[in-house]
Design a protein around this ligand. Structure first.
Ligand code: PEP
Ligand code: MG
Length: 591
């Protein structure tokens, strides 16, 4: 949607996905595909054509693995694992068998067959009202373009590598692989016509810290390369031909951001202590041992959640016990004496392995995932538990189980830990006999039996991402019902309070490692409810700490008391915003 508030100035509004402001010349990418003509083949040419297709698939697979490796090294395993979805397209037998059938039955060239079949699949995915499936269409088109370029002997993505000067990229869509290869010196920011907050492209933009706006609608067709524009990634706006007044206003915003960054740098290595002297344990969430750098650089006090599944997602085969031991012990050694809480494998839901396909399920988030999966896949679980136990000899390692929904799961998992401890003792392999074990509290049933769990565990880590989805029955991946996904819902406030109370009756430590802890607006509510630790995404440690240092625990407690009595999610949120803005106004000056 475009408006014309000033002569010459045009504003395009989309969805903000990566914070920051930039300005410069825009480059509109023309993503028209190479034209694919059909060529009639003779019977004798058909085998060779299928051969050519298979070679291009192998070539494409190598290219994707190469991009994946580079992205993982530069940005971490979580971002690299995004390309698992691309590899899955290349393994989709239904799609590939149909392409071969079209080549053989219609006697046409591989390019034409592949393009027509893949485009039909992508178009039907794109037409479904579901952001997740629409993203799969983008993945499919990304892979299709690679395969076609390989069949046609063309280079891939030359346009983005040949940028001559710093610019803002405008495109109908940017694939995750386009985005991962952006050169930060040349790309000031980017904007796309399509996309959502949960898209892989958005995740990579945030991790690269490139300002970005998606979901602009039809900006691509209305803009031209060479125009001058300002991109506001805080509010999701592109302003073409900005007036002097607009530039001045944005100059103010940028100055405020620079001042804020300086303020955040000042407190980087100071403790997270409230104005009335309460120390909050502020740790970080990581996905690989490489993440420990960001933990230290952002002044966190340890790792409150090591999501080990990313070690499994980003590869062709399962990691061995030795490979896992290397990763866990490296993190433990790097951060010693700071704690590193390693979560056992949380596969399933939206985290699937390309090389270990789980059966298709109607409700994967309610299905065979996390601890349920591990308790059945004994060999896999044994290797992981042994690796974690061994790493516990190398630093301050703790371990926790995901998705615990009943005592039985906890007893079974603990029995396995005891068995593997005994094995290691017999092998004379060192481990920490006192290794502390905790559980994620992320199902309503875990909250209800929190008292029983607390008697058997050393700590809880509340996974609000899942606790909210399961308690409110709102799929965390579904944009359509995103407005119902309310962290300040009175039920969530009361569930957190019940968990904390049960834990503290048994001297059990309580952390929150879901995204709620990373939000400076919501963190005071958690502290007021009595949570001992917040474990947040590493770049968000400084802003959360900044807020804690400007807050009184007594104010947070008053907020929590209000929230526990209140019957409206909206009113609780408004109070949270009020307290956060009053305590640290400079954190909220980007709007
Ligand atoms: C959570 O559910 O809040 C959590 C931290 O786990 P994940 O996001 O990995 O499911
Ligand atoms: Mg979870």
């Amino acid at each position: 949607m475009a408006e014309l508030p000033h002569k010459g100035e045009q504003t395009f509004r989309g969805i903000p996905v990566s914070a920051g402001v930039c300005r410069g010349k825009i480059v509109v990418l023309d993503h028209s595909r190479p034209s694919i003509g059909s060529r009639q083949l003779t019977d004798t040419e058909l085998d060779e054509e299928v051969n050519r297709l298979e070679k291009s698939l192998v070539q494409t697979r190598h290219q994707i693995l190469d991009v994946q490796r580079r992205v993982s090294q530069a940005m971490g395993a979580a971002e690299g694992s995004i390309f698992d979805a691309h590899l899955l397209v290349l393994e989709d037998r239904t799609l590939l068998d149909e392409v071969v059938r079209v080549i053989r039955e219609k006697k046409v060239n591989a390019e034409y067959a592949f393009h027509s079949v893949a485009e039909r699949y992508a178009a039907s995915l794109a037409a479904i009202e579901d952001d997740y499936l629409r993203e799969r269409a983008t993945d499919m088109r990304d892979v299709t373009t690679r395969v076609l370029n390989n069949l046609l002997g063309l280079e891939h993505e030359t346009d983005l590598r040949n940028l001559k000067e710093p610019c803002i990229i405008i495109s109908r869509d940017l694939t995750p692989s386009n985005t991962a290869q952006l050169d930060k010196r040349m790309v000031l920011g980017f904007a796309t016509d399509v996309g959502s907050k949960t898209s892989h492209t958005a995740i990579i933009a945030r991790s690269l810290r490139i300002p970005a706006v998606v979901g602009l609608g039809n900006a691509c067709a209305r803009l031209e390369s060479g125009q001058y524009a300002l991109l506001d990634g805080f509010n999701g706006i592109i302003i073409v031909n900005p007036t002097d007044q607009t530039l001045w206003e944005y100059g103010q915003l940028i100055r405020k951001q620079v001042t804020l960054q300086e303020k955040l740098r000042d407190i980087l290595f100071k403790p997270a202590v409230t104005l009335d002297g309460h120390h909050v344990f502020l740790s970080a969430n990581i996905e690989s041992s490489a993440g420990t750098e960001a933990v230290k650089a952002n002044g966190a006090e340890g790792v409150g959640l090591f999501r080990t599944e990313y070690l499994f997602l980003n590869r062709d085969q399962l990691p061995t016990e030795e490979q896992q031991y290397a990763a866990y012990s490296e993190a433990a050694r790097e951060l010693k004496p700071m704690p590193v809480v390693i979560r056992t494998l949380d596969l399933g839901g939206d985290k699937l392995l390309a090389h270990l396909p789980l059966p298709r399920e109607l409700n994967p988030f309610l299905g065979w995932r996390a601890i349920r999966f591990c308790l059945e896949e004994r060999d896999l679980f044994r290797e992981q538990l042994r690796a974690i136990l061994r790493a516990s000899a190398e630093g301050n390692v703790k371990m926790m189980y995901p998705m615990i929904s009943g005592l039985d799961e906890l007893s079974k998992a603990n029995a396995l830990v005891d068995e593997y401890k005994e094995e290691l003792r017999k092998e004379n392999v060192p481990f920490n006999e006192q290794l502390e074990i905790g559980a994620m509290i992320e199902t309503p049933s875990a909250v209800i039996i929190a008292e029983s769990l607390a008697k058997r565990l050393k700590f809880f880590s509340i996974g609000t991402n899942d606790l909210i989805q399961y308690s409110l029955a709102v799929d965390r991946m579904n944009e359509k019902i995103a407005h119902l996904y309310e962290p300040t819902h009175p039920a969530i406030v009361r569930l957190i309070k019940a968990t904390v109370d049960a834990a503290h009756r048994h001297q059990v430590w309580v952390s929150v490692c879901g995204e709620m802890a990373s939000d400076p607006v919501l963190a005071p509510l958690l502290l007021g409810l009595g949570v001992d630790e917040l474990s947040v995404s590493p770049p968000l440690v400084p802003p959360v700490k900044f807020l804690i240092r400007r807050l009184k625990l007594s104010e947070a407690k008053a907020l929590a008391d209000f929230a526990l009595e209140c019957e409206s999610a909206g009113e609780i949120l408004a109070r949270c915003q009020e307290l956060a803005r009053q305590s640290a106004p400079s954190l909220f000056e980007d709007k």
